[in-house]
Design a protein around this ligand. Sequence first.
Ligand code: PLP
Length: 383
Amino acid sequence: MEAYFDNSATTRPCEAVRAAVNHGMTEAWYNPSALYKPAMNVQQEMDAARRECLHALHADGRRLIFTSCGTEADNIALLGHLRTVRKPGKVLILNIEHPAVLQCIPEILRLGHKVEEIPVDRNGIADLTALETMMDGSVVQISLMQVNNETGAVQPVRTVAEMRNRLCPEAAIHVDGVQGYLRVPFDFSHSGIQSYAFSGHKIHALKGTGGLICSEKLKLNPVIFGGGQEEGYRSGTENIPGILALGAAVKAYDPESNVNMRRLKLLLLDKLREAVPNLTVNGPDPADEQSAPHILNVTLRPVRSQTMLFALEGDGVFVSAGSACASRKQKISPVLKSMGLSTEEADCALRFSLCPYTTEDEVMWAATCVEKHYNLLKKYVRR
Ligand code: PLP
């Protein structure tokens, strides 16, 4: 049996997506900028996909720039906006952001701005007391992810937006929603934020697709220059099969499946606790709303995560040690370190990430395999 628990790294394209891609390649393959009828039809289909993606975030009527991935959307939001800010200021970035955000820091510094990192507490949630002391009139932008990709910690975006209104009203807020889009309810129109990035391959659409949702007032310079597609914000002939797939994935997504995902995540945790009594959870209480319904990060001391991961692979159970979506570098997770975990705790941490297609059988199988390997491997750990 195969049990895939690495949906935060990527998801399997769903049936509706496969159909949309096929349609995009066989019928809707015209260039949407052309002036003849079939091309205009493609333009209309693209607009329908755009509306679908916006509607899912309660962002109807806002600007959506289709991009080549979540990383590009984050880069446009941060660098594209900061290039419009003439007076150098302060940029506040959560210290557990994905590299798609953190790796923009050298470029932000080159633009003349200062960067300060917002610390997190033991659960991986932004430390609002520390953030309050960092907020002043010199802040030009704040970057706060919606859901952390390693622990599933849901960040207090609304509260941060309220603090921004009070302490640094000119600052734009960017939210990396790559792990939260569709999985955790978010109302863009009432959130107070200015931009939100998402990615296709985390929601059963295609790799190499994504988008940036922005408020009309957000000033943005393009990062890619060319033919002026996407209102000039992102030139390049549009990836029609990818965009249609995004629309199809969003349309096919049943928000009710989030309830079932959490149920299965809690079942998995129960079973893992039975198998490994000293298990600890990394992140907020998995039953709480501060924890996303699909990500569970646990430490199974004394077995190192790499060893467990390879043992589980032998049984067809795929998990990740920390975050696999950035690279294959094997180092202690900076996210878990920032939360104050010891090297040993972080070194024994495994991430299980579910999707709406995860089944109870897969959960039971994964737990059975963890128990089997844990009981064997714990005996061979060097102290
Ligand atoms: N942001 C977060 C939180 C992620 O988890 C990822 C990828 O895993 C990204 C950004 C990058 O998205 P993409 O792979 O579409 O570039």
